[in-house]
Design a protein. Structure first.
Length: 169
C-alpha cells in the first residue's frame, strides 16, 4: 500500500486553517508574483503549518527587526524529504529542485531555513548539488547570521524579542 500524500498534506492544511485565519497570515503558501524580490526568504518548509503560532512568532520578530523578507511555506515549498524517506527518491528530488527554483525566483540575498528536516535533507551529500547559487552555505544559514548580515546587534535583537513577547510569556 502506497503512502497517501494527499491525505498527509490535507491534514497539514486542515490544522493550518484551524490555527490561523487567512487574513492574519503574512506568509506565502503559493509562489510569489513574478518580480517579487526580498533581501531574505524565510523558508518554512511544509510541515511548519501544523504550528502556525511559531510562524507568527518568527514573522513578528523579523517585522520588529525591520527586515526586508518574505516567509514561504506549505506543500508548494516541500523539500521532498517525505518522499525520500518512503523510498521515492526521484519524487523527492523533483520536490527539492522545484523548491530551490521557487526560492531562486525571489532572488534573495539570503535564505533562512526554519525546518530541521529541510535543513537535514538539503545538507545531505546527495543533495548538495541542488545548492546552485554559487554559495551553498548561504541556503543553510540560520537566523543568527541573518541578523548579523543585516547589522542587527544580537543584544538588541534579544531585547526586542523579550519586549515583543514578554506579555505572552
Amino acid at each position: 500500500m502506497s503512502f497517501d500524500y494527499g491525505k498527509y498534506f490535507a491534514e497539514i492544511k486542515l490544522t493550518h486553517d484551524l490555527l490561523s485565519k487567512t487574513e492574519e497570515r503574512s506568509w506565502l503558501l503559493k509562489p510569489p508574483r513574478d518580480g517579487e524580490r526580498h533581501d531574505v526568504v524565510l523558508y518554512l518548509g511544509c510541515n511548519v503549518l501544523r504550528t502556525s503560532h511559531m510562524v507568527q512568532t518568527v514573522a513578528a520578530v523579523f517585522d520588529r527587526l525591520s527586515l526586508d523578507y518574505v516567509a514561504a511555506g506549505g506543500p508548494t515549498y516541500c523539500c521532498g524529504i517525505q518522499h525520500h524517506r518512503r523510498g521515492q527518491e526521484a519524487s523527492g528530488e523533483r520536490y527539492a529542485n522545484h523548491t530551490i527554483e521557487l526560492l531562486q525566483k525571489m532572488a534573495p540575498r539570503e535564505v533562512v531555513m526554519w525546518c530541521p528536516s529541510c535543513i537535514h535533507f538539503y545538507d545531505e551529500d546527495t543533495y548538495k548539488k541542488y545548492m546552485r547559487w554559487g554559495d551553498p552555505d548561504r541556503i543553510l544559514e540560520d537566523a543568527t547570521p541573518c541578523l548579523a548580515a543585516n547589522g542587527v546587534d544580537p543584544d538588541t535583537a534579544r531585547g526586542l524579542i523579550i519586549k515583543t513577547f514578554s506579555a505572552t510569556s
